[in-house]
Design a protein. Structure first.
Length: 268
């Protein structure tokens, strides 16, 4: 049995065939953990999980880019739009998190990827950190781990990298706000030294199709014990090689991530 620890079959990309995809996965001993990005996709992840006796689970939470910061974006109602924002309502997420099929809280954390000169960087960072700390409190209340999203600045040319080191800021928050059940760094793309720092705090690392694009992450994979590694697809995104990058990803493709890890670690 294989577990895709981070999928989005609950997203609109699968609105016409989500259950068909899940049934195919279960028939092939691939279990699926669907992850929410705001309240509606979180609720949908729970709905999917409740439809199956086993093999389908949910993670609920508010993605950092969807945290309400800019009132000028309030007219955007498409919850999967890049610019969609909502207020974090603790009680609403708490209700979802109590469901027995919810295995973690996420994907939550910090995202500085689209920072550019002219943005009120410190204000956005502060707001993301405040909400993340609230979400840590929620995770501790329901005694469940975190599925953490962390992404740094897209280009150092766009912004002084020292002002947008997301992994550094995340480590500081986690050290000052302990998570009872720890959790996982989803789609980890940091250095092997950064990976060690998170592992020392008790967190595991999850890898997806990104590691199949180049050998850039081989050092991290080599350095990380197999017991500290989870695998994921982040579907419908990040389709792994040898498949076409523009092909819709799905949980069945987690096998390519496993094959890459096995190759790097000499476990083929």
């Amino acid at each position: 049995m294989i577990i895709d620890s981070h999928a989005h079959v609950n997203f609109n990309a699968f609105k016409d065939d989500g259950d068909e995809i899940i049934k195919k996965c279960l028939d092939n001993n691939v279990w699926v953990v669907n992850v929410g990005a705001e309240i509606r996709t979180s609720a949908r992840a729970v709905e999917y999980a409740n439809r199956y006796e086993e093999g389908v689970y949910a993670i609920v939470g508010l993605y950092p880019l969807h945290i309400k910061i800019d009132d000028s974006l309030s007219d955007i109602t498409d919850n999967e739009d890049f610019n969609y924002q909502e207020e974090f309502i603790y009680e609403d997420y708490l209700d979802l998190a109590k469901n027995k099929k919810v295995v973690a809280i996420g994907e939550v954390g910090l995202d500085y990827h689209y920072f550019k000169e002219g943005d009120n960087v410190e204000s956005i960072k502060k707001r993301q950190a405040e909400i993340f700390i609230e979400i840590i409190r929620l995770a501790n209340e329901v005694d469940k781990p975190l599925s953490i999203h962390c992404r740094g600045v897209k280009s150092r040319k766009e912004l002084d990298h020292a002002r947008a080191d997301a992994y550094k800021d995340l480590l500081e928050i986690l050290k000052n706000n302990p998570v009872n059940k720890k959790g996982v760094l989803h789609s980890f793309v940091g250095s092997y030294k950064t990976a060690r720092e998170f592992r020392e705090l008790g967190f595991k690392l999850s890898f997806n199709g990104i590691i199949t694009y180049s050998e850039s992450y081989d050092k991290v994979l080599t350095d990380t014990p197999i017991e500290d590694i989870l695998v994921e697809t982040d579907c419908p995104y990040l389709t792994p090689r040898p498949l076409a990058r523009d092909e819709r990803n799905d949980p069945m493709n987690v096998k390519y991530v496993i094959e890459k890890i096995a190759k790097v670690k000499g476990m083929e």
